[in-house]
Ligand binder design. Sequence first.
Ligand SMILES: Cc1cc2nc3c(=O)[nH]c(=O)nc-3n(C[C@H](O)[C@H](O)[C@H](O)COP(=O)(O)O)c2cc1C
Length: 221
Amino acid sequence: MDVTEALKTRRTIRGYKPDPVPDHIIREVIDLARLAPSNSNTQPWHLAVVSGDARQRLEQAIFDHMNAGNKPNPAFPPGGAGLWGQYKDRQYACAFRYYDSLGIKREDKKARGLTALRNWQFFGAPHAAFLSMPKTMNRANAIDLGIFLQSVMLLFTERGIACCAQGALAAFPDPVRQIAKIPEDNAIMCGISFGYEDPAAPANTARMDREPLETVASFTT
Ligand SMILES: Cc1cc2nc3c(=O)[nH]c(=O)nc-3n(C[C@H](O)[C@H](O)[C@H](O)COP(=O)(O)O)c2cc1C
């Protein structure tokens, strides 16, 4: 598979088989993603992978934390905050396409709320990973994390491994930090659930479209 094919094939997966990804493959992917470029070669990324028993404990710890009444407290403003106009429209279109795939009606707020909770069950994936950078860094450094994240996702795609990048996994850093090994000076930017796709999961039938070339680029000669 070449890069073009990986870009065309990758899509967000929200339903997984329980089978774990072999440890040496996870390490190989991160070892390659580490070659991503970054501003002044600062390499501000860190990926904390949580698998096996620790993954089960983490899911429980996050739900205990939520059930105790704790509200989301991400270190960085979340991507969904402050959206307007066409960006808000696309966010809604994305959400409704996902709910449609699950047969959830738009007016069914309760079902939509329960669906959101699937984020912290890692959509049933056997692995969750948390991408962090030093908390003192800012937006320009976050570009480096994005490049690293996309590298991981394309390398997964090449190996037949499915994933879902998740801003939602930055929402409850306290229980995450108790279990995942996040460097002390870092703050979590987002997470990524990964494993092998469950082809029978209705959520995986959702397809998101993109704006045309004329909208995303301009050309001056
Ligand atoms: C940084 C980032 C954060 C995301 N956060 C979430 C999330 O919290 N929950 C979720 O279900 N999907 C999340 N997504 C997945 C997007 O909704 C998805 O990439 C987008 O709708 C395009 O669909 P595609 O990946 O299938 O092409 C996130 C994606 C990215 C890149």
